[in-house]
Design a protein around this ligand. Sequence first.
Ligand SMILES: Cc1cc2nc3c(=O)[nH]c(=O)nc-3n(C[C@H](O)[C@H](O)[C@H](O)COP(=O)(O)OP(=O)(O)OC[C@H]3O[C@@H](n4cnc5c(N)ncnc54)[C@H](O)[C@@H]3O)c2cc1C
Length: 697
Amino acid sequence: MANYIVLVKQVPDVSQITDNAFDPVTGTLMRSRLASVINELDTQALAMAEHMRTISGDSAAKIICLTMGPPMAQEVLRYGLARCADAAVLLTDRALGGADTWATANPLSFAIRKIAKDTFKNEKDYFVISGMQSVDGDTAQVPGQVAEELAVPCVAYVTDARFENGRFEFNRIISGGSEVVALRYRPAVITVAKHEYPLFATFGRSRLANRTELITWGADDIKATSIGASGSRTAVIRVFPPGKSTRKCQKIDSAADMARVIKESFAKSDGQGSEATESGPDYVLPGKRPSSFERNFEGLSKDVDDFAFLCEKLRQLGVSAPSQIDDYLKQKIISESGNRIHKKSLEDMLSGLSITEAGYDGDVWVTAEHSDGLVHPTTFELVGKARHLADCLGKQVGVVLAGRGLKSMTQELIWAGADNVYVIEHKLLEQFDPTAYRKVIAECVLKHKPQIVLFAATPQGRMLAPMVSYRCQCGLTADCTGLEIRDRSRLGQIAILMQTRPALGGNVMATIVTKNSICQMATARPGVMKRLAEDRARKGKVIEQKPELTEDDLSLEIIRTEKGTGQAHLDSKVVVSGGKGMQNQDNYNRLLGILCGSLKSKLNTTVEKGASRAAVEQGFAERIAQVGQTGTSIGPKLYVAVGISGAIQHMIGVSNTETIVAINSDPAAPIFRQCDYYMVATAEEVIPQLVEALEKG
Ligand SMILES: Cc1cc2nc3c(=O)[nH]c(=O)nc-3n(C[C@H](O)[C@H](O)[C@H](O)COP(=O)(O)OP(=O)(O)OC[C@H]3O[C@@H](n4cnc5c(N)ncnc54)[C@H](O)[C@@H]3O)c2cc1C
């Protein structure tokens, strides 16, 4: 008999943001002004637990909801009890507050162990089910870290479950397709990416939910090893509003005008994507700067200003080294600064000035993703970023390449910027099994001790990174859109990786640093970092690793993999993609076909058809044509999206596009806020007109 523990989380309702939720001075979102709701994907996790209990025919199985949060988080437990849960556990304690994902996963795992002991009587046949990610953090890393702490397998990105021959089979999303897998052993963690299964609160259950006494535990009840801010391995150092999109978001009213702007913007394009995220001068280590008083690479702009002020004062006083400063000079600086600098602050800054050594040592690494003998494009983007970071730090770039039949990929990685490729070849790594991969990659990291390890924020990378980082006892920042080296001289931290990512559904940006870790780890979004031009003259080393793996290291049986076949030239200068809004395959082929034909002849360029994941799932297009996070990330001069809503997973695949044109029948379609030109119209109506206008023009 399998039991179920469903992790549920109370989150701010980011779908109902009003203008007064933003701080008028800083422009950042004030979380306290938003209503609290249950995380949407956790409702789907609950539905998955109920679905699994039903299809296994095991009516005696128990579903227990578990949440960690303030006392008001009991609302999400009552939500679960009103639908399908038999009991609910609230983990609440001030000592647990201020936790990052590491210090969230750790106490949750200890609570899960206690539930397994107290309620399941140490019976190992249970599943921990959670939404793949929560809207406040979007990190998708707590479930993987829970799996690592519990030393159990994790099946991520699950969309459905079947019960066949006495066991569960799970459908899950993978890069470029989908997979059906079964678990080799239990307990296990399951994360749900999408499971639309109706789960309603009945009147009777709602009454029961309100009467049920919740099991409430504090930190002392579970005896977790890492809790709260002090047990965390990352810290947010800055929260700021997202930069305004450089997209024009201009409404176009007629097909003739749309034809004109398409032609004009294509003619003007220069082959550079318009949403570059990197900024600022390249970092220089303090020891290589003209003066040790040059502190213009601080992580916070306030610190840049404070150090500029202090160093100018020191120069005026004829001080050339921090060691020359005695109490008299300290007092003089404080009084001359008009109280801008307090004594403690001055002492911190002065001791920071005497530190020039980098806080971390070791190279900058990328964990490579590949399939069918080809390296995933995001890996090359990360190698480009790693090259830049390593050059700033005076270190080398390493790439870890685990799998089977890897030799053919090493050269290309070196041409893309790698100095060393660590090859972990084993027959048991033929297919991606997270438990085996995380073991060999973590071993390689612990052996060679890089200072930074980057993973792609793809389904594979987002699953592997939490497990590897937790195994290496390192903090992890997910889904970064900016990575740069900066100092926190005031704290004596030199050459630290500043990891910037969107949070709260993209409504704020946060800069995060790693702490209490031997290495800084991050996942980075596909399509955000830039791949370097291939340099065939580059030389590098291939370093073979000897992994020790047995069948016991595998956690999954991969039953079926569905991936795209055929060809799609998504590197064309123009890509015209159709979404679910194309309604049927005939529209997709016919309407996009005539539009592609016309663009090809009138712009005299290469044109290819693409598709959203939903269009692929509807059977309109082959999997190979899918654009987006789990499809291909592209950067054409012109992207035309027809009947596509603009989901984040689709849009991050086109962020390097120069001009984005959208056609959608819904005036409130999210894509209209992320494109350059748009028309509110149905595809059937506007495409023939647009083709006619292109031909006439
Ligand atoms: C882990 C994960 C990875 C994912 N990876 C990807 C990915 O790589 N790529 C991807 O695309 N998605 C991906 N998705 C799915 C993504 O979240 C969205 O569900 C998907 O992009 C939606 O596709 P769509 O816009 O075609 O469909 P919908 O969201 O259903 O939108 C259809 C749009 O068509 C419009 N429409 C309807 N009728 C018409 C008409 N007659 N004419 C014009 N417009 C019309 C509607 O107004 C609507 O805006 C992923 C999801 C997950 C969880």
